[in-house]
Design a protein around this ligand. Sequence first.
Ligand code: SF4
Length: 224
Amino acid sequence: MYDFTKAIIKIENTTLCGASCVMCPRDEFKFHHQVMTLECFKKLSDETYRFGVRNMIFGGFGDPLMDVYLYERLDYVKQHYPDFQTSMIDTGHLLEGKKMRIVSTYIDVIKISNYGFSKEVYESVHRGSLKYEKIKSNIDEFLSLKKRSFTIMTFLDLPENHHEMAAWKAYYEPKCERIDIWKPHNWGGHTGGGGKGNYHPVQEGFIVIRFNFLRRWFGFPVLF
Ligand code: SF4
């Protein structure tokens, strides 16, 4: 029998996002941008916990911090299943004020995607409404907190930002717990038909299995 304690449930709690990243296929999907219901979330939490899953990641094709029910979800999980490890993948666009307090209190691990070290490069990669100065200030403040989530700063090595990678690494490496530098992938083959999601070849060693009938709300990333 498969040991589900090693599995991860990835919750796409919202498909709203303020960015329009150059490598992201999100805009090609036909679904409406929306927020997962609390009822659906509680059922997913209950069922996956019952199977033995102990790791939950908030992320997907959206910004988890744009979710109006984020606090209610995290409170539910931590009240009912305190041994669920909670993680989040985010840009830091809305990581401020009350949301920063929610994250630093309830999220065990945060991965911050940050693909540029100057205004010009950052905004040309992430695009949308993301502003370099605000995001850098949010991240700097978060990293300076005495009590906060284990933080992984993530950089995607693209032709657009490769020349800033060394400076980015030198700045963030001493300030956080871990840095990850990735090569781009094509979302596990999800975007094989062209368009910007097919912007780069598959990254070796990274598989994303998606249950298409539930595509709108979750997938199972399998990392090895
Ligand atoms: S922040 Fe994430 S979901 Fe939003 S456009 Fe960028 S890659 Fe896509």
